[in-house]
Design a protein around this ligand. Structure first.
Ligand code: WT7
Length: 647
């Protein structure tokens, strides 16, 4: 391994930040020694209608997995993110919205946010939505996405946000699984000057599912849309008919706040369920300490609200803290490669949180697009979604942050609700590429394949040994799948699906997924999902999908495809299959490379040996390991000869 550059905590950071190293150590120790007392205290950071008397009630026993935090407390997330700020900061900007077009922006104060959320909640209520009902949100990055989420929370309804890049089939599956009666969408989205046909996608999705009674349509572009009278409702028309007051429904700490679908190693995406009290405590506390958020800071997370990062660190964490959160409709390279940095200068952003894939793609354009901007307002940088390679880390630090801004490399997952392993900028020295140390209350462990816990500097699979308040509670409608996926591999521990290394300082280095999940531009994909989309094509007989290293995306999608008897494996078919997968799942699942194969390497019992396919896709066919158990070892030579990733 090449030598690791270490960046010490700058003195002024140690002095001014919420948490310095001594405080980190004391608080971390308290959080492990007496989690009841620790989380009992920190639970008070949000307002409760009925205070909790019980803090933590956890069983990870596979016969009875049950996770409860603050279980007898009652609160409301929208109350905490909006109402409680009105007295002190009604005129403070809550959301800065920056449009895809640089000439479009909106500044929304907490008072305006309150009116918008109340109004939206009344529109939902008017369309029959009540506590416990599920609502699908399929919106672009416009303020209405935040209003809609908070409106659901206000009523105690459960939102299921579906990323605007997903296809009609993917939307239909998610609507069906959660049995949603209302969908909120927009006529069209706008990204990089191009229109995204959101309403048309919903129309197509609703041909495949019958649970939906109403579609609320926000007018974004004014583009033409098809209309189903009785079912479809213009949001602005409905909004004009309701008042701007709607009481915040008291909900139990363990009532669900949202469902968010995420890919696993097998089957269809799982509906990850997050509940109310523990989630909000954890999202707001991590937002404050990890980003060292202080009153008056302008904070920008570039994620989409369709992913968990958008839920926890655009909407819920920042707004619970009374912060000013920036919401960006566009993309990093439109209208120019300087867009991110221009937005930072325009709105005087202090804290900036983005993904390694964005950094790598901007690196490709060189320093000039960054250096021509000031970025003087920046104080802290963050990274999330995939391992950041040290080269990208150094560029982010040197070119974007002018050597001045610490970088917090935050490791977490949809399932964890909030950040679990991360530097705290006033406390933790930085090593490029390492997510460093656990947040309060988080106990990472490294285990080997047999489940033995490894001590000291070591490498293995990452598990977490005890619950934290932001943990997911179940898979919607399938608790057994929850237990099986996360608690059965290493009984008594939460299995993350990630591999990691722990160095001699006790710092964690996440090495990537150890299961059949791949991470493409920070988007999580199950290889099984792409495979099932491919085999649904009439000309495809079999398919096996693996990830391979990709300079910008982190991982690319490599598909091995065998075609039906009599079908010619042509270049046109290759294009047809890419288009097919885009249609079935969405553009983020497009295979980067397709290799037509005469056969796939299988064991005598018929199991595809994915290890071999991974190696060939990585162009590392010299290190295939043992192939003696293959039914037909000749297959491998053919696969190597026709490999698509030649370097
Ligand atoms: C997977 C979770 C967390 C919100 C966005 C992704 C990978 C995430 C890091 C990081 C290395 C990371 C892991 C994890 N990942 N952050 N800082 N360093 N890997 O959420 O879609 O649920 O994906 O993303 O592999 O398991 P997600």
């Amino acid at each position: 391994m090449s030598e690791v550059h270490v960046y010490d905590v700058p003195d002024e950071w140690a002095k001014r930040a919420w948490i310095d190293d001594a405080k980190y150590r004391t608080m971390y120790k308290q959080s492990l020694d007496d989690p009841e007392a620790f989380w009992g205290e920190h639970g008070k950071r949000i307002d409760w209608f009925k205070p909790y008397t019980k803090v933590k009630n956890i069983s990870w026993d596979i016969h009875n997995v049950s996770i409860k935090w603050y279980e007898d407390g009652e609160t409301n997330v929208a109350y905490n993110c909006v109402d409680r700020h009105l007295e002190k900061r009604g005129d403070q900007v809550a959301i800065i919205w920056e449009g895809d077009n640089p000439n479009e922006q909106r500044l929304i104060t907490y008072r305006e946010l309150s009116e918008e959320v109340n109004r939206f909640a009344n529109v939902l209520h008017w369309h029959g939505v009540k506590k416990g009902d599920r609502v699908t949100i399929y919106l672009p990055m416009i303020p209405e996405a935040a209003f809609a989420m908070l409106a659901c929370a206000r009523l105690g309804a459960i939102h299921s946000v579906v990323f605007g890049g997903f296809s009609p089939d993917a939307i239909a599956g998610r609507i069906e699984d959660a049995q949603c009666a209302v969908v909120i969408t927009a006529d069209e989205g706008l990204r990089g000057g191009r229109k995204v046909p959101l309403k048309a996608n919903v129309d197509a999705a609703l041909k495949k599912t019958s649970t939906v009674k109403h579609v609320l349509v926000v007018k974004r572009t004014g583009g033409e849309v098809d209309w189903t009278p009785g079912r479809d409702v213009w949001y602005h028309e409905a909004a004009a008919r309701v008042s701007t007051t709607c009481p915040a429904e008291p909900v139990n700490a363990e009532d669900p706040l949202f469902i968010l679908y995420t890919s696993g190693s097998t089957g269809t995406p799982k509906g990850v369920v997050h509940t109310t009290g523990g989630y909000l405590v954890f999202a707001s506390m991590t937002h404050q300490y990890v980003f060292d958020y202080h009153e008056g800071d302008i904070y920008w997370c570039t994620a989409d609200v369709g992913w968990v990062t958008g839920h926890s660190y655009i909407v819920y964490g920042p707004l619970a803290n009374g912060a000013t959160t920036l919401m960006f409709e566009g993309i990093p390279n439109y209208p120019s490669m300087s867009r991110f940095w221009e937005v930072i200068d325009k709105h005087k952003v202090n804290i900036f949180y983005t993904a390694p894939t964005a950094i790598r793609s901007l690196m490709g354009a060189g320093e000039e697009p960054v250096k021509k901007t000031s970025r003087a307002s920046l104080r802290l940088l963050g990274s999330v979604g995939e391992p950041i390679n040290p080269e990208a880390w150094e560029w982010y630090h040197r070119v974007v942050g002018d050597h001045r801004c610490p970088i917090v490399d935050t490791w977490w997952q949809t399932e964890t609700g909030g950040i679990l392993i991360t530097p705290l900028p006033g406390a933790t020295k930085l090593k490029p590429g390492s997510a460093t140390r656990p947040f309060f209350g988080v106990i990472p462990e490294v285990v080997d394949g047999a489940g033995a816990t490894l001590e000291g500097a070591t490498e293995g699979n990452l598990v977490i040994a005890d619950s934290w308040p932001g943990q997911m509670r179940t898979v919607y409608g399938d608790h057994e799948r929850f237990v099986k996926t996360y608690f059965s591999t290493y009984p008594g521990k939460y299995f993350t699906g990630d591999g990691c290394r722990r160095d001699s300082d006790g710092f964690y280095w996440i090495t990537g997924r150890v299961d059949d999940v791949i991470n493409v531009s920070g988007h999580r994909m199950g290889t099984a999902e792409v495979e099932s989309a491919l085999v649904a094509h009439p000309k495809v007989s079999e398919a096996a999908v693996v990830g391979y290293p990709h300079d910008i995306k982190g991982q690319g999608i490599y598909a091995y495809v065998t075609v039906m008897e009599g079908v010619e494996p042509t270049e046109d078919l290759r294009k047809e299959l890419v288009a097919w997968v885009r249609k079935e799942i969405g553009p983020i699942a497009s295979p980067d490379l397709i290799q037509f194969a005469q056969g796939l390497p299988k064991t005598r019992s018929g199991k595809i040996m994915r290890r071999i396919l991974r190696k060939i896709a990585e162009n590392e066919y010299g290190a295939l390991g043992d192939t003696s158990t293959l039914a037909d070892p000749g297959v491998v030579t053919q696969l190597i000869d026709n490999r698509q990733n030649r370097k």
